[in-house]
Ligand binder design. Structure first.
Ligand SMILES: Nc1ncnc2c1ncn2[C@@H]1O[C@H](COP(=O)(O)OP(=O)(O)O)[C@@H](O)[C@H]1O
Ligand SMILES: [Mg+2]
Length: 232
């Protein structure tokens, strides 16, 4: 690890209630992630990967333990402060793209900038740059349903990166794409995150992708284990 940790998780625990039963999902997770690291998160379906990611993003609240993002304990912030932290410093890529169908590609990508109060001219400039980075510079006026799945995910990647967030969280970003397209999209996400020096946590089932990350973590029975350090 290089410098100070960007993200510090201590003794994170969470259970879901199912009828009378309590099902532990996360069971004492400790994790530190440095700036500019790329982490691959593996684990079988149902092991709690999405739960963990949503907690790191401050979307869900854990029952125990703490999460510090850029020095701030996110679950001690007010709802408003947490929303601002997420809006400014976190980018999210979902499995099902989550683009807004009534907005153009450019408007979808510009949304994080608009929410953060950027002036219009700056929004156009930054959206133009990032759309050409993902190879969609000529599709800014299209609507999501006019694009293929792979193209829609490239738009979602542009939207997750456009405001230069400190942390990018990607939850099975290629789970809904064919293998070839998925590989291309993942390569793009990993490459752009490195180039823009973002910190990336990517949930994936692909060992090939995982091997391009700086570290591989596996979630299993509520615990995280690390599979040695790998380098590009
Ligand atoms: N809101 C919820 N209420 C109850 N159980 C949930 C809820 N969210 C997830 N779970 C359960 O917690 C487990 C972990 O889910 P999830 O984090 O989505 O796993 P993964 O992303 O690794 O597939 C699953 O068994 C899932 O059914
Ligand atoms: Mg999941």
């Amino acid at each position: 690890m290089n410098n100070k940790p960007l993200l510090v998780v201590e003794q994170l625990s969470h259970s879901y209630r199912e009828g009378r039963e309590t099902r532990p999902i996360l069971n004492g997770i400790d994790l530190q992630i440095a700036e500019h690291e790329c982490i691959a998160l593996l684990g079988r379906s149902g092991s709690g990967k999405s739960t963990l990611l949503n907690m790191l993003a401050g979307i869900d609240t854990p029952q125990g333990g703490s999460i510090r993002v850029m020095g701030q304990e996110i679950h001690k912030l007010s709802e408003r402060e947490r929303t601002l932290l997420r809006r400014r410093h976190i980018g999210f890529v979902y499995q099902f793209f989550n683009l807004i169908p009534t907005l153009t590609i450019a408007e979808n990508v510009g949304l994080p900038l608009e929410l953060n109060g950027y002036p219009e001219a700056e929004i156009s400039r930054l959206v133009g740059f990032i759309l050409s980075d993902v190879g969609l510079g000529n599709r800014w006026a299209a609507f999501p349903d006019q694009l293929s799945g792979g193209e829609q995910q490239r738009v979602a990647i542009a939207r997750a990166l456009v405001h230069n967030p400190a942390i990018v969280l990607a939850d099975e970003p290629t789970g809904n794409l064919d293998e070839e397209t998925g590989k291309h999209i993942l390569g793009m996400l990993l490459g752009l995150s490195k180039q823009l020096r973002r910190t990336l946590i990517i949930v994936t089932h692909s060992l090939e992708v995982a091997q391009r990350a700086d570290r591989i973590l596996t979630l299993n029975y509520g615990r995280l284990s690390e599979q040695g350090e790998l380098h590009w």
